[in-house]
Design a protein around this ligand. Structure first.
Ligand code: FES
Length: 268
């Protein structure tokens, strides 16, 4: 008769080393910290600069200033009108959208993974011990606020529509008729990728296909769910790509608006 052994103890293995991994597991957290720090530093400087965010001749508005609602916004930059006469210098001109865009990215499931691992080292990588003694997950303030992600998603859909409107305006020449230049194409590529990132959101996938018992009874939602699932599998790549295109779009608008370069015009 087979002897039944005792169940293993419910404690972690007592290993003195932080990890037994021999590969370069530390590379990914370092790269993430470096890239996110560079991006945040650039974006912070730009949203508080208050200059070179709009090209009046070609109607290019950087997404960092959309919608420009301060009375100090240059003429033509305020697609939704100006809501207040002026804002103090510590408040960005597009404060009504930036708080939601930032909240959306901060609570994004992918970015959470990225900054928990890299900045907070919780844990820095699989099978690598974290430096923290306790773990409460996202059950308490402030991390319980991560559950607001779905609501940020709803608002960001509206902001994406506004970004799309900005792109339509960028396809006009000096005379107001149809025309486009390199800036128009950069803004267009940026907004297409922003839509792809937004629609690839895990919350969006759940909204379209979650809580259904029978896909066969909901063919439209099933169709949408399969498309969004395809995008969702590329969510990490879209998260990084859109950080790059946002920065590139803003940089191009800044260079043209400041007169450092001229827009390369293809038509009108
Ligand atoms: S999970 Fe990343 S944007 Fe929603």
């Amino acid at each position: 008769m087979t002897q039944v052994s005792d169940a293993p103890a419910r404690t972690r293995a007592q290993i003195a080393e932080r990890t037994l991994r021999k590969d370069r597991w530390w590379q990914a957290p370092i790269v993430v910290v470096t890239l996110l720090t560079i991006w945040l530093a650039y974006a912070t400087v730009r949203v508080f600069t208050g200059h070179w965010y709009y090209v009046p001749d070609y109607h290019y508005l950087t997404p960092f200033y959309s919608p420009c609602v301060s009375g100090e916004c240059v003429p033509g930059a305020s697609s939704l009108g100006t809501w207040i006469p002026a804002v103090p210098p510590i408040i960005p001109y597009a404060f009504v959208s930036l708080v939601f865009v930032l909240g959306f990215r901060l609570t994004c499931y992918y970015y959470r993974r990225a900054y928990y691992r890299s900045f907070w080292q919780s844990p820095p990588s699989c099978a690598v011990r974290e430096p923290h003694a306790t773990y409460t997950g996202e059950t308490r303030f402030p991390l319980i606020m991560q559950n607001l992600h779905r609501y940020f998603f709803y608002v960001v859909i509206l902001i994406s529509l506004l970004n799309t409107w900005d792109v339509t305006q960028a396809f006009r020449g000096k005379d107001g008729n149809f025309g486009f230049g390199l800036g128009s194409l950069i803004m267009l590529a940026n907004v297409v990728l922003l839509w792809a990132y937004t629609l690839s959101c895990h919350s969006c996938r759940h909204i379209t296909g979650g809580r259904l018992k029978h896909f066969s009874k909901h063919p439209v939602r099933y169709w949408a769910w399969t498309k969004i699932s395809w995008l969702n599998a590329r969510h990490m790549q879209l998260a990084w790509t859109t950080l790059g295109t946002l920065m590139l779009t803003d940089l191009y608008v800044m260079l043209v608006a400041s007169g450092a370069i001229s827009d390369l015009r293809f038509f009108n």
